[in-house]
Design a protein around this ligand. Structure first.
Ligand SMILES: *Cc1c(COP(=O)(O)O)cnc(C)c1O
Length: 381
């Protein structure tokens, strides 16, 4: 499909839908393989599919990743883990699914029933998982997260000291992984990266031997010293740029096309939208598109977002409202911006990260905010 194509010809937008969200599963798979190829020879690549695979749909994305070779999956919440287990039932029944929020995410019995592995974040969680193992009457697998500077989740240094003194606290637990998480991985020159790596190495030296994991998407690009045994990319799988300020090495996954509902010519001086925040400087052509902040097109894109239609980049003018945005399509031939035509709000010419920057946020937030009203199409499933 050419970039300038409105897409009307080759996406089956039902007459009722205001927008179509196309998710390219082959691109997700290509991204997975590209990351795996980048890793040091000893390291495997997991897939982080929390928050419904960053909004793209874990039920479809999970199996695609398993087919591409992923054997280990990370989610944040217990229910997400249960959903991913179900999604992988046929494709990868033996996949490892780890729950980052730990035993606090829900009852131990539910972890066991769905063969979910908690990432233990404190001595208290270790104890609780030990009790669960006692109830089960056999060892239970777990990962251990040691905090090395995020101060968010993970075992604090003082608790690590206690554990290192008394490794029997892990009796009954089959330690599958020790992990930590980088705070500044996308800033390759940030001193925190090397500091956290050193702290992580020191922590591992005091714990029972287990495979290690430190790198998220951006961490992979810090080099092999950050790869250990398992990498945990999320956003890069979904096309987000793990190397900000450099060319995006990942393939685009998402295309969001909104339908033009109405187009009009106006004569200056006139204003557009709530609050009259945009004033037309001269005669112009406006197109109103059926996507708004209720769909995750953030209100901060008011007078800042850009879309692509008829081979042109066009600005969002006026405020983003709940169900609608308005574009200045003066530069576009009228036949390309007629009612019914589709405009790219995210696409080859409107990368997720560019939209995020215009909104004053990060691609992660754009993806996870994608709304429930889109007609979703999975390509190459
Ligand atoms: C979300 C998350 C990841 C994935 O991060 P990306 O930046 O999306 O690659 C990895 N590890 C942990 C602990 C996370 O919370």
């Amino acid at each position: 499909m050419s970039a300038g194509d409105t897409g009307a010809a080759d996406t089956s937008l039902p007459a009722r839908a205001g927008a179509v969200l196309t998710i390219d599963l082959a691109a997700v798979q290509a991204n997975y393989r590209r990351l795996q190829e980048r890793l040091a020879p000893q390291a495997r690549c997991a897939a982080v599919v929390k928050a419904d695979a960053y909004g793209l749909g874990a039920a479809r994305v999970g199996p695609a990743l398993a087919r591409a070779g992923a054997e280990t999956f990370f989610v944040a919440q217990l229910d997400e883990g249960i959903a991913v287990r179900e999604a992988l039932r046929c494709v990868a029944p033996e996949a490892e699914i780890l729950v980052l929020n730990g035993t606090g995410a829900g009852p131990g019995a539910d972890f066991r029933a769905h063969r979910l592995i908690p990432v233990l974040n404190s001595l208290g969680e270790i104890e609780s998982w030990q009790s669960e193992a006692a109830r089960a009457g056999h060892r239970l697998a777990a990962a251990l997260h040691v905090d090395t500077g995020m101060n968010r989740l993970g075992m604090p240094q003082a608790e690590l000291d206690v554990l290192a003194e008394d490794p029997r606290r892990l009796d009954g637990i089959g330690l599958r992984l020790t992990m930590s998480h980088l705070a500044c991985a996308e800033l390759s020159r940030h001193p925190m990266n090397a500091e956290q790596r050193a702290a992580y190495d020191a922590a591992r030296g005091r714990l029972p031997a287990a495979p290690g994991s430190l790198a998220n998407s951006s961490g992979i690009f810090l080099g092999p010293a950050y790869h250990y045994d398992l990498a945990r990319p999320g956003v890069a799988l979904y096309g987000g740029n793990p190397t900000p300020n450099q060319r995006n090495p990942m393939q685009q996954v998402v295309r969001l096309q909104g339908k033009i509902l109405q187009a009009r010519e106006i004569d200056a001086p006139q204003t557009v939208g709530y609050g009259a925040t945009h004033r037309a400087a001269g005669p112009c052509r406006l197109a109103t598109v059926a996507v708004g902040y209720a769909d995750g097109y953030l209100r901060s894109l008011s007078n800042r977002g850009r879309a692509w239609v008829g081979g042109q980049s066009v600005p969002v003018v006026g405020r983003v409202s709940m169900d609608l945005i308005t574009l200045d399509v003066s530069a576009v031939p009228p036949e390309a911006s007629r009612p019914g035509a589709l405009v790219d709000l995210i696409g080859p010419e409107v990368p997720v990260d560019d939209l995020a920057e215009a909104a004053g946020t990060i691609g992660y937030e754009i993806l996870t905010a994608l709304g429930g009203r889109y007609h979703r199409v999975y390509r190459n499933g």
